[in-house]
Design a protein around this ligand. Structure first.
Ligand SMILES: Cc1cc2nc3c(=O)[nH]c(=O)nc-3n(C[C@H](O)[C@H](O)[C@H](O)COP(=O)(O)OP(=O)(O)OC[C@H]3O[C@@H](n4cnc5c(N)ncnc54)[C@H](O)[C@@H]3O)c2cc1C
Length: 292
């Protein structure tokens, strides 16, 4: 197996153009497991971990551009205040060792239905910046990125450069069910983001369909139901209905981690809980209420 270690992003794109079969590796927390277990034997590894630009994040046009190689540990410490939903999800990934190495770029590359970064990226309308030497940059809305079980919209000569997302403009929550509290693949997960400026709600469902997906009917329902300006308390019926619509947006299978029926049930519970937390936060931030 050849080991390619380009020093710059341009060198990486050139290497991927020359050898589209070369397997990118960032933190290696997915790739090395597959190689060690004999699931994959690429003829070349394209190690991106020596490219400083991938490990940077910055602000542009009011949005955040986060390099594909920023590890979860830094997302939590450096961006936790701006991207609380993604930071909550990041805290649930693996162990400290995995969070020090693993990245959102790698999560997107693996495109597992259970990837924990995906629901908050969906709820936050993230856009994936992909690039190839031949065609340049392609911006892919995250809703179009996941194309099947462990499949994504990347072309063979493309690499993920970064993801773009707006800093939170309202409360964000992530909730995950596992068979234990840590080091666990999601049985199912759910992310909620309130976008009060646009009077809009974002959602993301994980591990309950062939791909991560949004609960679009639930989003539309709740966006109309919430009293964005008056911030009246939510009625039980609306909370329940939101849970049902999130549940109905999923199409989970039975597998070793849980049954489809359990996943549907758990999604409704997580949707109700995250909504209650988020709306309480939004109400608490009403002018004049903070001080009381
Ligand atoms: C013990 C353990 C626990 C784990 N727990 C969790 C968990 O709780 N939640 C969770 O979601 N995941 C978990 N994972 C999986 C893994 O840590 C995550 O998916 C992580 O985000 C992968 O990031 P990475 O940088 O290590 O990716 P890598 O292993 O380097 O790459 C993953 C995939 O992305 C591709 N890739 C990497 N970078 C790029 C790029 N720039 N452009 C295009 N393709 C690219 C690779 O070719 C590969 O297909 C766990 C893994 C282990 C070993």
């Amino acid at each position: 197996m050849d080991f390619l270690r380009p020093p710059t992003w341009q060198d990486a794109l050139a290497a991927k153009a020359q050898r589209p079969g070369a397997r990118p590796v960032q933190g290696g927390t997915d790739v090395m497991v597959e190689i060690n277990f004999g699931v994959d034997r690429p003829d070349a590894l394209l190690d991106l971990s020596g490219i400083p630009a991938l490990a940077e994040w910055d602000r542009a046009d009011g949005r955040l551009r986060v390099g594909a190689g920023v590890p979860y540990a830094r997302l939590i410490t450096e961006l936790g205040g701006r991207l609380p939903g993604l930071a909550q999800a990041s805290r649930t990934v693996g162990s400290p060792q995995i969070r020090n190495r693993g990245t959102v770029g790698g999560n997107l590359g693996a495109a597992s239905p259970a990837g924990d970064a995906h629901p908050p990226l969906l709820a936050g309308d993230a856009v994936i910046e992909a690039e190839s030497a031949a065609r340049g940059v392609r911006m892919i809305p995250v809703i179009e990125f996941f194309t099947g079980v462990k499949k994504n919209a990347l072309r063979p000569d493309e690499l993920i450069r970064a993801f773009w997302t707006a800093p939170a403009s309202g409360p964000q929550y992530f909730s995950k069910i596992g068979t234990r509290n840590a080091m666990v693949i999601a049985v199912c997960s759910f992310a909620l983001a309130l976008h009060p400026g646009e009077r809009r709600v974002g959602t993301g469902i994980g591990s309950a369909a062939p791909t991560p997906r949004r609960a679009t009917e639930a989003e539309t329902f709740l966006s109309r139901e919430l009293d964005w300006d008056g911030r009246r308390p939510l009625g039980d019926a609306a909370v329940r209905r939101f849970g049902e619509l999130v549940r109905d947006a999923a199409s989970p299978i039975d597998d070793v981690r849980g049954t489809g029926g359990y996943r549907r049930h758990a999604l409704a519970v997580m949707a109700r809980r995250t909504l209650t937390w988020a709306w309480d936060d939004h109400r608490a931030e009403a002018p004049g209420r903070r001080a009381s």
